[in-house]
Design a protein around this ligand. Sequence first.
Ligand code: PLP
Length: 405
Amino acid sequence: MTHINQNFLKLPGGYLFPEISRRVKAFSAQNPPMPLIKLGIGDVTLPLAPAVVEAMAKATEEMGRRETFRGYCEETGCAYDFLRFAIQGSYRDCGVEIADDEIFVSDGAKSDCGNIGDIFSVDNVVAVCDPVYPVYVDTNAMAGRAGDFDGEKWTDLVYLPCTAENGFFPALPQGKVPDLIYICSPNNPTGTAATKEQLKTWVDYANAHGSIILYDSAYEAFITEPGIPHSIYEVEGAGTCAIEFRSFSKTAGFTGTRCAYTVVPKALEREGVSLNALWSRRQGTKFNGVSYVVQRAAEAVFTPEGRAQTRENIAYYLNNARVIKSGLEQAGLTVYGGVNAPYIWARTPEGVGSWDFFDTLLHKACVVTTPGAGFGPAGEGYIRLTAFGGAEATEEAVERIVKLL
Ligand SMILES: *Cc1c(COP(=O)(O)O)cnc(C)c1O
């Protein structure tokens, strides 16, 4: 008889977004007094930049001609030279030198964050921030690294609380030393971005203990404040302890187009083995790359026109973030994030739980948010709003909330 991976049965079953969707559906069925405005889910809404669409169309046309047709991408890291050079150039802009064979192009940072576990033993101790992007937790649970879910937490994970008191950046753990440490900056869900000094404490810790930092910088393009690092490799010593994940999803509206990249430095070794070589072996075996058309689209993000156009889109979202932040502050709420990220992390009113506040905003303002508790126990007492909506709808949503509170 076939045995299934029992670890899957331990998963609490994609609780957060299905539960939100259930509540929204139930409320919609009662004929809400106003149209619903959704500031809940983290997906972009603006179309692809014209430079990107043009590059895709041209590449599509090339695929339709025998002389320019392409089959499997045989390049290192599944990255065509043109895209690799563009990525290297963007790293150079923040003073970071990445070698040719340290870049691996993929269909998403979500898959890479999940798949990276393949190259690490199931015995490693995993640390995650609390609140956290659920992918890090669930993929480790599937692999058998998380233990059992006790209704609130996984028994074998090290939770690093990120609270207003620590500026939503985790303190070094006191007890068990984690081997794999997930850090996401700018952060989903809290919308805060780590400083170089903050990252340095973890880089030094990881180097001292032989741990690996899995650094998710999917929102790097939203950084507006000077001095905030765009890459963990801006921090001295990160080359021997960190893997970095980046994506075109939020930076250039590729959530439906699919392209990302992961940097695995060649200086990264554990037990005398190159992690770059292991990841290369893993990808070469289980992955056949991102389409030529999409890699051309991604390349176009780095051209002067592409940069200007995608920057405009990001400015549009960041303006929404400002509107949400200042509106909620005006309504008397304590608000974090929204400056270097498209997420606003708002404290619920005194004594109101995050699901209750979610329900109040849904029923009284017809605005859909995300309850912070869904991202982990330390998210209780917060809600997350996203800046990915339309400008008018966002303003309307904020006005309704201000009026309500
Ligand atoms: C959206 C998001 C990503 C991007 O995932 P893709 O698979 O590249 O679309 C990665 N990390 C976080 C934290 C995200 O919110």
